[in-house]
Write a protein that binds this ligand. Structure first.
Ligand SMILES: Cc1ncc(C[n+]2csc(CCOP(=O)(O)OP(=O)(O)O)c2C)c(N)n1
Length: 354
């Protein structure tokens, strides 16, 4: 009997800008010089923020913090392809994404200091709260995008998650539903090669994460996640496709976390130094600088100026944040449900008195 040949499970890999800052002009997305500068300035701003927030946590000025160093291009490149009234459903590693989506830095700091009000979306954008449970945000994004489809608002939802999250049932449910009902959602997987200490190869036997989309009946693409042009291009295409009623896309941003998992982690315990050093050479910011220098969009004075301005913006946000009153610890009990359960009331009284 002749074997029936099924479609190959192959996906495209997209890189526009290589590590040396050389650009494949045939793949270059349409971006003006001003837009390229905006992307660069945002990358620098969120890196400065990330380092400052980490330092503050170490100094006891912030409760906890999840760094995203190495993943800036995934977050900025994708944010720039969305409209303000599109929805984002982020994960804990997405402080940079929130900032790129006009979420006030002060509020981001407020959140990491234990005040949930930090995640209240500003009125001009649709930023959903970040999700600490791994993967739950994927189904929420599908729900919001489904509502947008039913209401015919032409809004798109984007959801962000790590390679580890793709092993969750939520991922299957979200992807399956999105495929069946052709939901206007973009799944952005920031594959940073590790789920805390679990390497990607122990997460899935698939060659890529992107190819998983094929089984759900839609397109998956793997992009160089440290190449901001590739991320932007893939996202722009996926968003346009979703907005015009042609369903979901899975974008796997192939990247690396150039930092610990969190402020309670030490990645040197499970990742070889040589590996991290190799990835650091691919860094999105240096790569873009090389490109911009070649195109006369960046010189030393501009670079210095961007850094000074970024530090100034971050310091002002920190000063404002440190003036805010701390949240009331009773809020932990008060706002889990609309009404406190009898047990919560009892616990609260036990802890704080009447
Ligand atoms: C449902 C759930 N299970 C376990 C955890 C504990 N946990 C926190 S982060 C993490 C790893 C997730 O890795 P990945 O999805 O690759 O994202 P990354 O942290 O690498 O960005 C785990 C297991 C959690 N937060 N939620």
């Amino acid at each position: 009997m002749p074997k029936k040949v099924l479609k190959e499970f192959r996906v495209e890999y997209l890189q526009v800008l290589d590590e040396k800052g050389s650009c494949d002009e045939t793949l270059m997305p349409k971006l003006s010089n001003d837009e390229i500068k905006k992307l660069y300035e945002m990358l620098v701003l969120i890196r400065v923020f990330d380092q400052k927030a980490f330092n503050m946590q170490r100094q006891g000025r912030l409760g906890t913090y999840i760094q995203f160093k190495g993943q800036e291009a995934c977050q900025v490149g994708s944010a720039f392809a969305l409209n303000d009234d599109d929805f984002i459903f982020p994960m804990y590693r997405n402080s940079g994404l929130l900032i790129a989506r006009k979420h006030p830095m002060v509020q981001v700091l407020q959140y990491w200091n234990g005040d949930e009000r930090g995640l209240k979306s500003p009125p001009n954008v649709n930023n959903f709260p970040i999700s600490i449970p791994v993967g739950t945000q994927e189904i929420h994004a599908v729900g919001a995008a489904w509502a947008a489809k039913l209401r015919n608002t032409r809004q798109v939802a984007a959801t962000y998650f790590g390679d580890g999250a793709t092993s969750k049932g939520d991922f299957h449910e979200a992807m399956n539903f999105a495929g069946v009902f052709q939901i206007p959602v973009v799944f952005v997987c920031e594959n940073n090669q590790y789920a805390i200490s679990v390497p990607r190869k122990k997460q899935t036997h698939s060659e890529t994460i992107a190819q998983k989309a094929i089984a759900y009946g839609f397109e998956g693409i793997q992009v160089d996640g440290m190449d901001i042009f590739a991320v932007y291009k893939a996202m722009k295409d996926a968003v346009e496709k979703a907005r015009s009623g042609n369903g979901p896309t899975l974008i796997e941003c192939f990247t690396y976390r150039l930092c610990d998992h969190s402020t309670s982690d030490d990645a040197s315990k499970y990742r070889p130094k040589e590996e991290a050093d190799e990835w650091a050479k691919k860094d999105s910011i240096e790569r873009l600088e090389k490109y911009m220098r070649k195109k006369a969009l960046l010189d030393d004075a501009y670079k210095e100026n961007v850094l000074i301005k970024s530090k100034d913006i971050v310091e002002k946000a920190v000063t404002e944040f440190e003036k805010l009153p701390l949240p009331d610890p009773k809020d932990i009990f008060k706002y889990v449900f609309a009404e406190m359960t009898p047990q919560q009331k009892e616990e609260m009284e036990e802890m704080f008195g009447n």
